[in-house]
Design a protein around this ligand. Structure first.
Ligand SMILES: Nc1ncnc2c1ncn2[C@@H]1O[C@H](COP(=O)(O)OP(=O)(O)O)[C@@H](O)[C@H]1O
Ligand SMILES: [Mg+2]
Length: 374
């Protein structure tokens, strides 16, 4: 879709129909009178302050503008933006930021996952994953961290292409090194373990962890890391519950301490009897299932690091009985505990999973299938 000349106000767009609401925005579909093109308009619910546009909205605009010159089929395109005054009579004369975006009529990936009537064929899972990873590789190549990847933020375009959307938490970063940020980013079920342990310095690996969760959800058609006990209060209780959910499946991290206790003393005084048994099993020669992805020597240096009752988790082959070894290998690489060893999006795209049969379903076939299904 080419750029359109966006007017300075909502005048110039007609047929406003509400498409959905997210945490901070209401999204409408409209026709741009000048070009006749259908667009989506995201109206951010935060009011303009006396200082101007609020910081999160500025970040979103800045991230989307980063891509303005280098459009990618798997990143939602910003066509323009404007500020309006007095548009919403219920909220008085407050101004709001409006972003005109590519229109994605077929909903989002959460809708695809929730569509229980149809089990996703492996070729479709491959198509969605390759498009999501291609979009993410583009974001990272332009030094944009998304920081809120989840199925609801991956939209489906008119031709069936997946588009990474909602850059409301995104940050520009320097790239060569991890940056210091606040930690309350990424929706809880998709939050990487380093964030849950309070890391203030992180990089694109937090986005690839979320991609690992999304890959698992596409294969299972349900949430992968779920907190069983219902609602928990934000803060450490919430992080701890999510870490427990992760570790119960993936096993606990093997840290420097774990290795030391297991190999030097064999008794693991620092970890206790149960710990030593598990640590020895995992850290010893011919380590147990998932030992590779659990290696995370630097974990104890994280601000909120805590020991959890050691456990080996469940083998991924048991969780995903229909997955091929190459699919499991990719999942393991995306869900490595140690962010320094986690696959980046570009590397993940080169994995054997994308080279083996079946070929990924073409985007146009995905679109036709979804339409037929609805
Ligand atoms: N370009 C678009 N085309 C169609 N629907 C959209 C578009 N952008 C957003 N939406 C719908 O609006 C919802 C909220 O948008 P999002 O950008 O995620 O806002 P928030 O920052 O409030 O989460 C999305 O989940 C989606 O259903
Ligand atoms: Mg959203």
């Amino acid at each position: 879709m080419r750029a359109i000349a966006v007017e300075k106000t909502h005048v110039g767009f007609s047929g406003w129909t509400k498409l959905g609401s997210g945490t901070y925005a209401d999204v409408f579909s409209c026709v741009h009178d000048g070009s006749g093109e259908r667009v989506a308009i995201k109206r951010v619910r935060r009011h303009l302050t006396a200082q101007g546009v609020d910081v999160p909205t500025l970040r979103e605009l800045k991230a989307l503008q980063e891509f303005a010159q280098t459009a990618h089929p798997n990143v939602l395109r910003l066509l323009g933006f404007f500020f309006s005054s007095g548009f919403d009579s219920a909220r008085g004369a407050a101004s709001a930021v409006h972003m005109a975006l590519e229109f994605c009529p077929a909903g989002d990936l959460q809708g695809v996952i929730d569509d229980r009537a149809t089990l996703l064929p492996p070729a479709d899972v491959k198509a969605y994953m390759s498009m999501a990873l291609a979009g993410l590789a583009h974001c990272h190549a332009h030094w944009v961290l998304h920081l809120d990847l989840k199925p609801a933020n991956l939209l489906i375009g008119p031709g069936g292409q997946l588009k990474i959307a909602d850059f409301g938490l995104a940050r520009l970063y320097a790239g060569e090194r991890a940056e210091r940020f606040q930690t309350n980013v990424v929706t809880l079920p998709y939050r990487a373990p380093e964030l849950l342990f309070g890391a203030r310095e992180f990089d694109g690996a937090v986005d690839t962890w979320a991609m690992g969760c999304i890959f698992a959800e596409l294969m299972l058609q349900q949430r992968f890391f779920t907190i069983r006990s219902g609602a928990v209060t934000p803060g450490w209780a919430e992080s701890k519950a999510q870490l427990e959910a992760i570790f119960s499946v993936m096993g606990t991290p093997i840290t420097e301490n774990t290795t030391f206790a297991a190999s030097k003393s064999g008794g693991g005084a620092a970890l206790g009897e149960a710990a030593s048994a598990s640590a020895a099993a995992a850290a010893g020669a011919g380590a147990g299932a998932g030992a590779e992805r659990r290696q995370w020597p630097s974990a104890p240096t994280l601000p909120a690091f805590a020991q959890f009752a050691p456990c080996d988790g469940i083998s991924l082959a048991r969780c995903f009985p229909a997955a091929t070894p190459a699919a499991l290998a990719l999942l393991e690489e995306l869900l490595m505990f140690d962010p320094a060893r986690r696959a980046d999006a570009k590397h993940a795209l080169g994995s054997a999973f994308f080279g083996e049969a079946p070929d990924a379903t073409a985007a146009s076939a995905l679109a036709a299938y979804r339409k037929h299904d609805c």
